[in-house]
Design a protein around this ligand. Structure first.
Ligand SMILES: O=C(O)C(=O)C[C@]1(C(=O)O)C=C[C@@H](O)C=C1
Length: 302
């Protein structure tokens, strides 16, 4: 049985994602995203489940930062969960003066809180279920949680299906130390983090390396390197799998334009959306062109 560290404590959306991505495996809740990755890096777990991006609030910065530090980990699978919250309080609890949750969660229920708990002061907690623990401990009066939190903690459910944006969703990754990659499926995602050289046009060069090969981007985020003010790392997700000649060709081009390029994995997309392949940019086109160039080099073609 594999051990999967996940962003906890018990009752987070991330736990739900871990159950979907690693059914039947041993799940180990830890307090932060960074701790989940550190547990894997130090051999305390075989893989980690962490949130990466939300359709309303965008990327989870803690995950990007933790993925780019220390030793490399690669994503081998992803899950996308619909996000609607439950609001939990203590049984027989009185006035609700504080309502706690993860900042991403609070941002997704701002309008609901204004309309339904206008007097309550929002407080950030490390995760949605950490807020539930805080309510149990008397630290806060209400928590905005994943529905599953109500199964773990003896709290009263004040409201369910809470969400300002009805079809909000979060994407989660299962990451583990580098090893055998998942097989390509035709509907895959590849991720890298690029530390580009700080000079005019480097980001344009990276994007052009992908565009020239007809590769569609699915996400682009920048995070500060934390060492030199104004210097950034670029997190780039794009369609395709490194086992495909066109993607491998793009990766080697990216490598030439970067001070440092970290490969963060190639894995099947949870939404099953197949890669768009432009005319002349298919894997066969790359293979055929390489065969042709090889023949030219050997003097077999004029
Ligand atoms: O706190 C949780 O329950 C999480 O799994 C984290 C997280 C996030 O980081 O976005 C996941 C989904 C929701 O959007 C709110 C919080």
């Amino acid at each position: 049985m594999s051990r999967i560290a996940y962003f906890g404590p018990r009752g987070t959306f991330t736990e739900q994602a871990a159950r979907a991505l690693a059914p039947g495996e041993e799940l180990i809740p830890v307090e932060t995203v960074r701790q989940a990755l550190t547990t894997v890096r130090e051999g305390g777990a075989d893989a980690a489940c962490v949130p990466i991006e939300n359709s309303v609030e965008g990327v989870v910065p803690a995950t990007l930062d933790a993925l780019s530090e220390s030793t490399a980990l690669v994503a081998v699978a992803e899950a996308i969960l619909p996000i609607h919250f439950s609001v939990l309080t203590r049984h027989g609890g009185g006035e609700i003066r504080t309502v706690a949750s993860h900042p991403h969660a609070l941002a997704q229920v701002r309008e609901w809180l204004e309309a339904n708990l206008p007097g309550a002061h929002p407080v950030a907690s490390s995760s949605t279920s950490a807020a539930a623990v805080g309510v149990l401990d008397g630290e806060f009066d209400a928590a905005v949680c994943a529905p599953v939190a109500a199964e773990h903690y003896d709290l009263e459910v004040l409201a369910t299906e809470v969400a300002d944006v009805g079809d909000a969703a979060t994407r989660f990754l299962l990451v583990r130390p580098p090893g055998e990659l998942p097989e390509p499926t035709g509907a895959d995602r590849t991720s890298v983090v690029a530390a580009a050289v700080n000079r005019t046009g480097t980001l344009a060069e990276l994007l052009t390396a992908l565009a020239d090969r007809g590769i569609n981007l699915t996400r682009l985020d920048a995070r500060p390197t934390r060492s030199n003010f104004g210097e950034y790392r670029f997190f780039i997700d794009f369609e395709g799998h490194v086992a495909e000649p066109r993607i491998l060709d793009a990766l080697t081009a990216l490598r030439r334009h970067c001070r440092n390029l970290r490969f963060l994995g190639s894995h099947p997309r949870a939404d099953g959306i197949r890669s768009t392949v432009e005319a002349g940019a298919g894997n066969d086109d790359f293979v055929e062109a390489a065969v042709w160039a090889d023949a030219v080099r050997k003097g077999e073609l004029a």
